[in-house]
Write a protein that binds this ligand. Sequence first.
Ligand SMILES: [Zn+2]
Ligand SMILES: [Zn+2]
Length: 329
Amino acid sequence: MRWWIAGTFLLLAVCPLALSAAQARPDEHPLTVTLLGTGSPRPDADRFGMATLVEAGHQKLLFDAGRGSSIRLWQAGVSLGRLDAVFLTHLHSDHVSGLPDILLTGWIGGLPYADRKEPLVLFGPAGTKNMGDKIVEAYSEDIRIRIADEGLSRDGARFDTTEFTTDGVIYEKDGVRVTAFAVDHGDEVKPAYGFRIDYGGHSVVLSGDTRRSENLIRHARGADVLVHEVAMAAPALKNKPQIKIILNHHSTPEAAADVFNRVKPKLAVYSHIVEIGAPGIKPPGDDALEAATRAHYRGPLVIGTDLTRFVIADQVTVQHFDRASAAFK
Ligand SMILES: [Zn+2]
Ligand SMILES: [Zn+2]
């Protein structure tokens, strides 16, 4: 993972004193953000599909459920059956293809990674209820068999869906507030939303898929962490019609840098990283993404990788998943 943290932030992020200060208050649960999947539609062994876990208090909230999100959740030690709610930014398949897995694997009985007996609470834009109903219908044989064979509750194999249609607070529970705001993912890709999560005086904003969005900048003001999407193509591909269409739905590094400069988060993070290559043409890679961003933005920045965690307290601490110990360090 590449990351750059300027000035005092570097000291705060890696200094043991910052960690021990957090550990000195074990009764507090800081706002914690874990990048589960940071990828694009490209089937990538390193970057799974888009998904972000936000933990606030005792709540575990999943934002988008892209390919492999169930695997990353369980790697992060979170049972699929334990999610308090799932929130969808929009219904592009790279953001929802892991949803049936979370619903149905999370429903299997008596297993530590599952055992949900209640409906999966789901929030999403218009079309979410229809999609959820069709997922349940598509897997009706699995559901019928497991109810008959394993005695599972029917409730656990369905969604409890709330659709939202305008900007505003869509979830408020035990001090956790989730606000949805429309973003700009292209003229035909509506609705598309981003989210702001506030808890305990701290906040994280998730851009969803978007071009440079003034509405996002408005809603992101004062946020501790801004997780933003980005897309970049190899120079040789930039002007190909199909590539131009893709790039026109996303934020260039220059556009994202502009957003970061105006929001000034304590930490800017890239996720949903679209790096476009072609047979014989290498995708730009993180070095090029760094250089293109750094040409316009000098503040704290992390290029996200799967299972990077941000603990948001008085400072933002960056942790990485250590496979050997199965812990974030
Ligand atoms: Zn999209
Ligand atoms: Zn996407």
